[in-house]
Design a protein around this ligand. Structure first.
Ligand code: MP5
Length: 216
């Protein structure tokens, strides 16, 4: 079985828990409070900002045929930041209104540490898993959210056809990297797949609870 399908089958209970998270269900059903959604917006804006140096670090280590797609992904993130800024303006959210939460801070450090210290295939695993997680998560929201919802532009961004094609491309490339990897690297790639899935669940939980830093 190709690497990605294998991991998604192995991690199915975790993946399903992510897709069943109340933050997604409440956003889909239109019952999420503006305050909670704003928590996610502020935190994800910081995450997307951090994803740019993550991709740039990955690009520096990438094989030649990955340069253009990774450069395209960086450009897409710049556009995504503008989408956040436009939505924030419309709904009156200050995107610089909070520092990274504990979970977001940890996830960002994990991203950057992976980009610099893990192998290219391991870091690419984190990229694919995070993008696939967002694609699948926002597809859940798409199955029910009103098209005139003020949050709909986010749904379109990650659940739309263009993003679906990007995720499918990443999947093909990650499967190829896993084919080339030896057993121990493949094992570590599986660990990164699982860790990233857990960070994605933690991120929705952080948004749903409005978590800051423990005991402060
Ligand atoms: C993504 C994201 C998707 N924006 N936030 C989290 C917590 N995980 C994944 O990545 P991108 O870079 O916005 O497409």
């Amino acid at each position: 079985m190709p690497f990605c399908a294998d991991q998604l089958a192995r991690l199915e209970p975790l993946w399903d828990a992510m897709l069943d998270h109340r933050f997604l269900r409440e956003t889909r059903d239109g019952t999420i409070s503006d305050e909670r959604f704003a928590v996610w917006m502020r935190q994800d804006y910081l995450f997307v900002e951090a994803a740019i140096p993550f991709l740039a670090a990955l690009l520096a280590r990438a094989p030649r045929h990955h340069w253009e797609p990774l450069a395209g992904a960086i450009a897409a993130l710049q556009k995504e930041l503008k989408l956040f800024e436009e939505r924030a303006q419309v709904v009156g959210v200050n995107l610089r209104g909070a520092p990274p939460s504990f979970t977001n801070h940890a996830y960002i450090q994990f991203l950057l540490a992976t980009a610099f210290r893990a192998s290219y295939a391991e870091a690419y695993t984190v990229l694919y898993t995070a993008e696939k997680a967002y694609h699948d998560s926002w597809k859940v929201v798409k199955q029910g959210i009103a098209q005139d919802s003020k949050w709909y532009p986010f749904v379109e961004n990650w659940a739309g056809e263009e993003f679906a094609q990007y995720v499918s491309y990443l999947e093909t490339e990650l499967n190829a990297l896993a084919e080339e990897a030896g057993p121990s690297e493949r094992e570590r790639m599986a660990e990164y797949f699982e860790l990233t899935t857990k960070y994605e669940i933690a991120f929705w939980e952080m948004a749903a609870t409005g978590e800051g830093w423990p005991a402060t």
